[in-house]
Ligand binder design. Sequence first.
Ligand SMILES: [Fe+2]
Length: 320
Amino acid sequence: MAKIIAGVASSHVPAIGAAIDNKQTEEPYWQRVFSGFEKSKEWMEKTKPDVCIVIYNDHASAFSVEIVPTFALGCAEEFPPADEGWGPRPVPVVQGHPELASHIAQSVILDEFDLTICNKMEVDHGLTVPMNLLFGSPKAWPCPVIPLAVNVVLYPPPTAHRCYMLGKAIRRAVESYPEDLRVVIFGTGGMSHQISGPRAGLINSKFDKAFLDNLTKDPRKLTRITHLELMREAGAEGIEMVMWLVMRGALDDKGDEGYRFYTVPASNTAVGHIILEPKRRAAGKSKRVTASKAKRPMGSKPRRAAAFKSNLQSVRKGKR
Ligand SMILES: [Fe+2]
């Protein structure tokens, strides 16, 4: 059975991608941002997911305003980087996982969430920047990726609650897939920012930090945030944070925060990042499995869960 082993939330600021592509990551301004993802990259290298599901939004790259799906699931074999106006980013083509993606489409749609199925789609910085932040800049991405694009650019975007419940439907889909796959789910976008109008440049760190706190401890509280409140407190583009709730919905409500990073500014936005693991499930399993656990061979599921937990603990303590 496939399993979602962790959730990652990360901003997807386009200027971060430009800093990587233009080799500016060591400049003091950008070093402050990238240093916050060093432990995350170490964690990801140890975690080695079989598949990632990346919740992001398309910025008029794959879809124009002529067609704007609310939820678009990438079921293709591969997803090339989009030309966002200055040529495609020099990042690897994203390899998909059509089998799991098709299974998710079937499960989630029959679960009454109407996804748009995309058998051909380019992906922009909304997906590729978080990939860089968690995987670095390899010649090929180390695992297949299933993109799920959420409309947050044209009114009306889905509600926070709808996104959270979609996450739960995705989890049900993943957990009904027969192959043993370890899946990490990303929620990307945000945090507070507004890129145009009289409030351009808005950053609200107090709101962002409370959002991060609740993302870990009380995600259901976040599902009650309205679009108006999000835009008032976090800026017009802060609405992207509803995408984090898709990721959060796919995890246990009592998740454990493995790592957090927050800094301002990056370009004209706040950068937020968090890693969550389903602690209760891992701990419960290790408690329930007692005598039989001792007989399990290395690499079996309970030991894998324990190893995953210790990975995060090491990251928290800065030992690796
Ligand atoms: Fe965005």
